[in-house]
Design a protein around this ligand. Structure first.
Ligand code: MN
Ligand code: MN
Length: 463
C-alpha cells in the first residue's frame, strides 16, 4: 500500500461540504433554505412556531390525536400542547412495542420577556420593563431594532394577539445604551456588568397626553395607544405573554450568500429540519415522532418543556391505539436530540478544541455529549448509539461532522437529550453549527441546515 493510500485509508480527514455537494443537492438546498427563511419570518416565538406547524401539518393530512383513536400504518397525527409545544407522528408498519424514531428540537429562543407590571414613565419617556429569558449577553440587546410578539388575555376573557415591529409600516422599539463620550465608568466594567438586567427597559414612547396636567402623561398616552389597538388596560399585562425579540427578517449573509442570518436559529433551524421530512414521510417501518418543545432555554421545565409528561401522554395514546406498552416503546426507541452546536469561530479560536469542534459547511454536527466541564448534565451517548447514527448517516450520503461545545474548562451547555435519555430512550445530540449563538442575530450555513434536515429524514426512515 502506498503511503498516500495508507493516509486515505487510515486517517480521518474531513472534506469541505461544498467539495462534495452535487448540483442537484445544491438546488434542493437553496429551495429548502428559502422555505426555512420564510418559516423564520413567521415564527419568532414558540406560539408562532406551533401555529405555523399546525397549519403545515393540517395541509399535509395530519389530524389531532384523540384518546381512544384507532390508528393504522401511514396515519398522521399531532397534538398541540396548549399552543406552546407540539408533537407529531406518522404511524409505522411495526408495532409501537418495537419502538419509535424521534427527532426532538425546541422552538423557544433567548429573548426579553415583558414583566407582569412593566409600564412606567421616567423623565417623560415611557418604558416597558423586561426580564430576560435564557442566556443572553445583555449588552448585545441594546441599540438594535426590536419587536413585540405575544398574547394578552384581557379582563373580559378575550385573547388578543400582539405583533408590533415586523411590518415595514410598523414602528420598532429599542433599548438605549450610554453614549461612549460618557462611558468612562461603564467601560471599566466587565461585559457581564456593562448592562444590567434592570437596564433592559424598552422605550415605548415620548409624547405626553395633550390637554392634561396629571402625572405620567407619556405613560398614559402610550397606554391609550395600546387600548385603541388591542382594547387592553394596564392590569392586563398581568395575564399576558409578551416578548421582545429583534425586529426584521432572515437574510442571506456573505457575498456568496452561503450563510443565513436571523434571530433564533437556536433552535428553530433544527425544529424546521425535524418537521419538514416528517410531513413528507410515507409509511415508515417504525413510527416516526417529531417533538417541538418549549422552555429548553430555561431548563426544559414547565408544562410545555421536554420534562413535561405531555410527551408520555402523547406516546401512551399512540400505544393505546394498538395495545402496545409505553415502557417497551421507550426501551426500543431512538431519539435524535436536534439542537444547534457552536461553529468554530477563528476570532475566538482559544475557546475551542479545533480538532473536536464543528465548522461551518461541514454538515450536521454530531455530538456524543454536551454538558459542562466534567460532562456535567450530559446524556453522553454510547458507542453503540454513535455507531448506529454514523452508519445511518453514511448509508444515506449525509455530510456530518464531529461536534463538541468548546474547550473542556471553558463552559458548556445542555439540550433536551438528557430528558429523553432519562425516559430510557437511546439518545444522540446532533444539529446545525451556529456562529454567535444566543446573540440577537445568529449565523448558520445553508449547507449545514440542509444536511441536518437530511439527517432527520434518515432517522425517521431508520430500521
Ligand atoms: Mn438550543
Ligand atoms: Mn440555546
Amino acid at each position: 500500500m502506498s503511503n498516500e493510500t495508507l493516509r486515505e485509508t487510515l486517517l480521518f480527514q474531513p472534506k469541505h461540504g461544498y467539495d462534495r455537494l452535487d448540483p442537484a443537492q445544491k438546488a434542493e438546498m437553496e429551495s429548502y433554505c428559502k422555505d426555512y427563511a420564510a418559516f423564520m419570518d413567521a415564527a419568532k416565538t414558540e406560539r408562532e412556531a406551533v401555529a405555523f406547524t399546525v397549519d403545515m401539518a393540517e395541509k399535509a393530512g395530519f389530524r389531532p390525536l384523540q384518546p381512544g383513536m384507532t390508528l393504522k400504518p401511514g396515519d398522521r397525527v399531532y397534538r398541540n400542547n396548549r399552543g406552546k409545544s407540539i408533537m407529531l407522528a406518522v404511524v409505522g408498519e411495526k408495532s409501537l412495542n418495537d419502538g419509535v424514531n424521534i427527532c426532538a428540537a425546541h422552538i423557544d429562543s433567548p429573548r426579553m420577556d415583558v414583566k407582569p407590571n412593566p409600564l412606567y414613565e421616567d423623565s417623560e419617556i415611557a418604558y416597558l420593563k423586561t426580564h430576560y429569558y435564557g442566556g443572553i449577553k445583555k449588552y448585545q440587546w441594546t441599540t438594535v431594532p426590536l419587536a413585540i410578539h405575544g398574547v394578552v388575555y384581557r379582563r373580559d376573557g378575550q385573547l388578543v394577539n400582539v405583533t408590533i415591529g415586523e411590518d415595514d409600516n410598523d414602528p420598532v422599539l429599542c433599548v438605549s445604551d450610554l453614549l461612549v463620550h460618557l462611558s468612562g465608568d461603564q467601560m471599566k466594567k466587565t461585559l457581564a456588568e456593562g448592562i444590567s438586567g434592570e437596564q433592559l427597559n424598552v422605550i415605548l414612547g415620548t409624547i405626553p397626553l395633550s390637554g392634561d396636567d396629571g402625572a405620567d402623561r407619556v405613560k398614559l398616552a402610550v397606554m391609550n395607544l395600546l387600548h385603541e389597538k388591542y382594547g387592553m388596560i394596564e392590569e392586563d399585562f398581568l395575564s399576558a405573554e409578551l416578548t421582545i425579540v429583534p425586529a426584521g427578517k432572515c437574510r442571506e449573509v456573505g457575498l456568496d450568500r452561503s450563510l443565513l442570518g436571523a434571530y433564533g436559529h437556536d433552535d428553530r433551524v433544527c425544529a424546521y429540519a425535524a418537521l419538514v421530512p416528517l410531513l413528507a414521510l410515507g409509511t415508515p417501518e417504525r413510527t416516526a415522532v417529531c417533538v417541538l418543545a418549549d422552555k429548553e432555554e430555561i431548563g426544559s421545565v414547565g408544562v410545555s418543556g421536554m420534562q413535561s409528561s405531555c410527551f408520555e401522554t402523547f406516546v401512551q395514546d399512540l400505544c393505546d391505539s394498538q395495545g402496545a406498552s409505553l415502557n417497551r416503546c421507550f426501551e426500543s426507541a431512538f431519539c435524535l436530540s436536534a439542537d444547534v452546536t457552536n461553529a468554530f469561530d477563528p476570532n475566538f479560536a482559544e475557546t475551542c478544541d479545533k480538532r473536536n469542534n464543528a465548522r461551518l459547511n461541514y454538515g450536521v454536527g454530531v455530538c456524543k455529549y454536551t454538558g459542562s466541564r466534567g460532562k456535567g448534565g450530559a446524556s453522553d451517548a454510547s458507542a453503540e448509539a454513535m455507531g448506529y447514527l454514523r452508519s445511518l448517516l453514511d448509508a444515506n450520503g449525509i455530510q456530518w461532522q464531529i461536534a463538541t461545545l468548546g474547550k473542556v474548562d471553558q463552559g458548556g451547555g445542555g439540550t433536551v437529550a438528557a430528558y429523553m435519555a432519562n425516559r430510557n430512550i437511546v439518545t444522540v445530540d446532533a444539529g446545525v453549527p451556529v456562529l454567535c449563538m444566543h446573540a440577537p442575530w445568529e449565523l448558520v450555513s445553508k449547507l449545514d441546515c440542509y444536511m441536518t434536515m437530511k439527517a432527520m429524514a434518515a432517522v425517521y426512515a431508520g430500521k
